[in-house]
Write a protein that binds this ligand. Structure first.
Ligand code: ATP
Ligand code: MG
Length: 315
């Protein structure tokens, strides 16, 4: 359904500085699949999602939707053509909702652009407010009258009312209380079934990603270090970065959590500015080899559908 080939998004910062936010991602997402995308803050997850659906101009590489090449830079016509199929639930529910628009206008905007009569829009917005656990009376209110979690639901309703085919869900649950996270995850899974949706689910919580996703992909500094079936990546992580990420993921059960050996990722994520060749994780990797510093590792298939980009598995 979705395919990217060596997709890159670089930002020019200052006169000579290039920030390699997304640095060559090749990924496939199958019809009706949930692909979980994980990786620490700054690894380029949001930028990848936005570039894929045309919210950022692509620097290079290719992206396809159902076999059709997506343009590197979306025109207004491309946006209206693809917005009925490709949608995004934004990470920041505060910044992404226009404060001067009512909930009705925010959620109904996509339908209004399609020329649907106002009475129908009102009725469908009411239906979707209920579906995401809000009240139809909320439609005349403004975003500032809602909590972070409620705004997140407004964002979900806005994306879903279009009945899209593919949705980038950028941390759709991280602004929510633990008690409502499960409700929203169940809602997304429900929508996946009933609308036949395909989702790119971006999140920090690895256990949640494993629970909701069919496959999981791990990003580090703009590149993909590992991808595969969720259980394989979660229970048999191959890349040293994935291994550390999973080891540092807190267990839901504190009794198990206490028995885990403490392992920490060494140091902080490196800056993605003016990067050269080599593995992006080399400086922090406990298993680093000499070649890791200058040779960029290629993705290697190590089991059915399980890929890892690491020199430890080469040859
Ligand atoms: N519009 C922009 N201009 C310049 N740099 C940007 C822009 N957007 C993102 N970046 C940079 O690109 C890199 C990747 O950012 P991105 O927001 O995609 O990461 P992320 O994985 O989504 O992080 P988080 O988990 O915190 O949401 C970061 O170094 C960020 O500072
Ligand atoms: Mg992000």
């Amino acid at each position: 359904m979705i395919k990217t080939v060596d997709l890159k998004k670089h930002f020019l910062i200052g006169r000579h500085q290039i920030l390699h936010a997304v640095d060559g991602i090749s990924l496939d997402i199958a019809e009706n699949e949930i692909l979980g995308l994980v990786g620490e803050s700054g690894s380029g997850k949001s930028t990848f999602g936005k570039t894929l659906i045309g919210l950022h101009e692509r620097t290079s590489g290719e992206a396809y939707y159902r076999g059709q090449p997506l343009p590197a830079k979306f025109t207004a016509a491309d946006h209206s053509r693809y917005s009925t199929d490709l949608q995004m639930i934004f990470q920041d529910p505060y910044a992404s909702l226009n404060p001067r628009m009512t909930v009705l206008d925010i959620i109904g905007e996509g339908l209004a652009l399609k020329g649907i009569p106002r009475a129908d829009i009102q009725q469908r917005v009411g239906f979707w407010l209920e579906r995401v656990g809000l009240h139809p009376d909320h439609m005349s209110r403004y975003p500032h009258e809602f909590s972070g979690g409620q705004r997140q639901r407004i964002g979900i309703a806005r994306a879903m009312i279009i009945e899209p085919k593919f949705v980038v869900c950028d941390e759709p649950i991280s602004a929510l209380d633990v008690s409502v996270q499960a409700q929203v995850v169940n809602l997304l899974q429900d929508l996946k079934q009933s609308l036949g949706l395909t989702l790119l689910f971006i999140a920090h919580d690895l256990s949640m990603v494993r629970y909701i996703s069919d496959r999981m992909a791990v990003m580090y500094l703009g590149s993909l270090v590992e991808s595969g079936p969720s259980d394989a990546v979660f229970f048999e992580p191959k890349h040293p970065y994935t291994q550390l990420l999973i080891a540092s993921n807190p267990e839901a059960d504190p009794a198990i959590e206490r028995t885990k050996p403490t392992q920490h990722v060494i140091g902080e994520i490196t800056s993605p500015v003016n990067l050269g060749p080599g593995c992006r994780f080399a400086d922090r990797c406990p298993k680093v080899l000499a070649e890791c510093h200058d040779v960029t590792p290629e993705a290697i298939l190590i089991a059915t559908d399980h890929q890892v980009a690491c020199h430890l598995y080469a040859g």
